[in-house]
Design a protein. Structure first.
Length: 272
């Protein structure tokens, strides 16, 4: 894999050069720490998660961080781990309101460079935000970033998309263990691809190679690459050093603003 670090201080190539493999007609974009990077958000979410576990689920303060980290590592999200491992009948809206509601959304700013990148992607290529977070958080971030411009994005794939709300009778029975669908589970990627194709009225077979997936989570990117999606990792290439090269994503960028570089560089595997 080519190291893209040398792009960081150089001028971005013309957006006109933006290119995708000819068979890609859907782009799935992670939200948090991918479309924006604001340090207060991940730290705030972690603080709110541990506070919720202590205040509402009776976890001990001195061990809650250890439990939260283990659940996240083993199940994709802490919420998923709580639902699978614990006898916690968590109200999902209450959870999300407490985890995301207090975040400093005022720190998110309109991102003209990102807007230009997304505008330059041909209209026949459908673009979706794909996040484990809830719909309200997704829409608030999108609006703050200026990405709610008509025609810029084709939709949002969120917690609610992956986990449709049960009916009242089912909700009453849903006490105890519940499975949550979230990245990096294969089921989550399959649901996301199915939703995107159905929502955009795409024809033809559901094939992973029709999708480009961009995410800052190493495990999400590696999981999607194994399924056959084209992948871009937003982060430090050194984070992949303990994985064999054949498992690596197709490209690595330090920021979403570098996306045009990897999509318009012909010697990267993404274009091969």
């Amino acid at each position: 894999m080519e190291d893209t670090n040398h792009f960081v201080n150089n001028k971005l190539p013309s957006i006109d050069l933006l290119a995708l493999p000819p068979h890609v007609d859907h782009v799935l974009l992670d939200l948090d720490d991918t479309l924006y990077q604001v340090a207060e958000f991940p730290q705030g979410m972690l603080n709110h998660i541990t506070e919720y576990m202590v205040n509402h689920l009776d976890f001990a303060q001195d061990s809650v961080m250890e439990h939260a980290s283990r659940l996240y590592a083993n199940h994709g999200t802490t919420l998923a781990g709580l639902c699978v491992e614990g006898n916690h009948n968590i109200d999902f809206k209450h959870w999300h309101d407490n985890i995301h509601g207090p975040l400093p959304y005022h720190k998110l700013q309109r991102d003209e460079r990102l807007l230009d990148i997304l505008r330059s992607i041909p209209p026949h290529i459908k673009k979706y935000v794909f996040t484990n977070a809830d719909d309200e958080h997704c829409r608030r971030c999108v609006k703050k970033l200026g990405l709610d411009e008509e025609g810029l994005l084709d939709g949002y794939i969120t917690f609610e998309t992956l986990n449709p709300h049960p009916t009242s009778s089912e909700a009453e029975k849903a006490v105890g263990h519940r499975n949550i669908c979230c990245k990096p589970l294969n089921e989550a990627f399959l649901k996301a691809m199915e939703h995107a194709m159905k929502h955009s009225a795409s024809t033809g077979n559901l094939l992973p190679e029709r999708f480009l997936f961009v995410d800052d989570s190493r495990r999400n990117v590696l999981a999607s690459a194994k399924l056959g999606l084209h992948t871009v990792f937003v982060g430090d290439a050194n984070a992949l050093s303990d994985h064999p090269e054949h498992e690596h994503p197709h490209a690595v960028v330090k920021s979403i603003h570098e996306l045009p570089h990897v999509l318009s560089t012909p010697n990267l595997k993404l274009l091969g």
